[in-house]
Design a binder for this molecule. Structure first.
Ligand SMILES: *Cc1c(COP(=O)(O)O)cnc(C)c1O
Length: 344
């Protein structure tokens, strides 16, 4: 399911409002202001990082209340829950979506059960339970957690960051903020990590809306980064939908999605923008993580994977393009795994 309505951007009004993602109020489909569940999130800094001598603009989306960009989606999704009067939800997640939904449910007073696969980062489990949500560990992979949660949804509302279209109505604010921070224009390229595509699709929806409203002149090329060890979308993009993939474990747990439900939509968005996929190896992800940290950015491995992709993109293209990327998740979410890697 997707939501279709006409986004509006009254720029002079928007400029007067607080610097949060809710300043684009007319474009977020929540009817009553009283239902908004917000920590004044968003409008994250857009900073320049030099990659092989080229300036890349990087949104600091690890600086959200729960430490990842997923708060964009959770804020709108939980506001919607309030609007329709839901007081109990279930969600399944590889970690960050669960943490984000749990944080916003805590604020809204909504009871929350989160299903996770057994092996997710202990720091994320700790974070989810700290917010008061109940954790259900499911044996096996991420897909098993998704199956287990479906059995529960007969009794409780399924606050899924993947299926529920309100989540994308939040993640699309990434595009609005980028455009505003560039002086109401679109960049040439946006390089994003992709697993289930909640950031990628949100970004695409956001730029399409800005383009239709004639706020920006084009929709940027979307370049999507996947871990080589789990790259179903990159494989389908280059070899077709039926291509067989052989997935292995990856340190980029946030994008380790074997069967992304919105695969077709994601492939379409990348194709329509003349974008492409980049895959990155485990050692490249770890190197990127160290490289970012040495510049003062402590990113979790999933977020560092993006920069292994940025390095490859910049290395190949001798380009004057205006490139945007983002740090999607905070390094503190992965502390115990990093400790076992010993960087020093
Ligand atoms: C969820 C997540 C992603 C990828 O999001 P998808 O919706 O699965 O494409 C990237 N980085 C981090 C840190 C995440 O938590």
């Amino acid at each position: 399911m997707n939501i279709h309505f006409k986004a509006k951007f009254p720029l002079s009004e928007i400029k007067k409002r607080k610097m949060t993602m809710w300043r684009y109020r007319e474009s977020i489909p929540i009817e009553n202001d009283e239902n908004i569940v917000s920590f004044d999130e968003g409008f994250t800094p857009l900073l320049s990082i030099s990659v092989q001598g080229k300036a890349i603009w990087v949104k600091q989306d690890h600086l959200f209340q729960s430490g990842s960009y997923k708060d964009r989606g959770a804020s709108v999704l939980v506001s919607h829950l309030k609007e329709i009067g839901v007081d109990r939800v279930v969600e399944d997640s590889s970690g960050n979506a669960g943490a984000a939904v749990a944080a916003y449910c805590a604020k809204a007073g909504v009871k929350c059960d989160i299903f996770v696969e057994e092996r997710i980062s202990p720091a994320k489990i700790l974070q989810i339970t700290a917010y008061g949500a109940k954790i259900h560990k499911v044996h096996g992979l991420r897909e098993e957690a998704a199956k287990a949660v479906l059995d529960e949804t007969e009794k409780k509302y399924y606050a899924s960051h993947v299926y529920n279209p309100y989540f994308l109505q939040g993640t699309k604010t990434f595009a609005y903020e980028v455009a505003e921070q560039l002086g109401w224009k679109a960049p040439d390229v946006v390089i994003l990590p992709v697993g289930n595509g909640t950031l990628l699709l949100g970004t695409y929806i956001g730029f399409v809306e800005l383009f239709k409203a004639k706020i920006v002149e084009k929709i940027p090329k979307i370049v999507a980064v996947q871990a080589l060890n789990c790259a179903p979308l990159a494989t389908a993009f280059s070899k077709g939908d039926d291509a067989k993939i052989d997935a292995k474990k990856t340190i980029a747990e946030g994008i380790a999605i074997m069967r992304p439900i919105r695969a077709k939509q994601i492939l379409d968005a990348v194709k329509k923008t003349s974008g492409h996929f980049i895959t990155v190896k485990e050692n490249e992800i770890i190197q990127s993580s160290t490289w970012l940290a040495k510049k003062g950015y402590h990113a979790e491995p999933t977020a560092a994977a993006t920069f292994a992709g940025v390095q490859k993109y910049v290395g190949k293209m001798n380009t004057n393009e205006l490139i945007i990327s983002t740090v999607t998740g905070h390094g503190l979410k992965h502390t115990e795994v990093d400790l076992s890697f010993t960087r020093w």
